[in-house]
Design a protein around this ligand. Structure first.
Ligand code: IYR
Length: 216
């Protein structure tokens, strides 16, 4: 064990100010589907991913792999495979209720952002580790990787970039295209970049405090 040495403890006034400021900032985050092809330096993506990798995880196993794709040819292959799956999803695999719930978002099977965004971050869950021949367990893998993705989205927003949490389904084409080992399962595909000047976002609202918070 090591002593925990936080930066200076905040005053109560600091607590109000900092929590309110961070909430106001995070409340400006939007999922964006319209990107420009303006480049984002690799070092920036590395910082964002290392921030994600500070997330807590079951038994500190850090059961995540972040694959970053920037080459036009691989982005095109990912787009073609994703669109083929999404076409089937939007034309029969998703229930009428699901399609109705998605209508306000204006999504369809076409995924041009998979080629426009400078980087695609594909997050994999590591369901176990191989130490030589021996399999070692990871724990709470989905929770851990979800937390890391939350940290990643907050870091992307803080940097001034935009992202989309894209979930093509099924996602096994990513295992094949990226040649990932059997202990890794695709979790989320996150295009990252600058928003297009004419980008639009759906006119949707966040829930109110009394809808999400219960005091006891
Ligand atoms: N995976 C599809 C459909 C989709 C599903 C949900 I739930 C969303 O919040 C948004 C889209 C797609 O990416 O279009």
């Amino acid at each position: 064990m090591l002593p925990y040495q936080p930066a200076q403890l905040p005053t109560e006034a600091d607590l109000y100010q900092r929590s309110a400021d961070y909430y106001a900032f995070m409340d400006t985050r939007r999922t964006v589907r319209d990107f420009t092809d303006q480049p984002v330096p690799r070092a920036v993506i590395e910082n964002l991913i290392m921030t994600a990798s500070t997330a807590p995880s079951g038994a500190n196993k850090q059961p995540w792999t972040f694959c970053v794709v920037g080459t036009p040819d691989l982005k095109r292959q990912i787009r073609e495979a994703a669109e083929a799956e999404e076409y089937r999803s939007y034309h029969g695999r998703m229930s009428p209720e699901w399609l109705e719930d998605l209508a306000p978002l204006g999504t369809d099977w076409r995924k041009p952002f998979l080629e426009t965004a400078p980087w695609l971050i594909i997050v994999f869950r590591r369901i176990y580790e191989l130490k030589g021949e021996q399999k070692r367990n990871n724990y709470y893998v989905t929770e851990s990787v979800g937390l890391a993705c939350g940290f990643l989205l907050a870091a992307i927003h803080d940097a001034g970039l935009v992202a989309l949490t894209h979930t093509p389904s099924p996602m096994d084409f990513l295992t094949k295209l990226l040649n990932r080992p059997a202990n890794e399962k695709p979790f989320l595909l996150i295009p990252v970049g600058y928003p297009a000047p004419d980008a639009t976002v759906p006119d949707i609202k966040r829930k109110e405090k009394d809808e999400v918070l219960v005091w006891y």
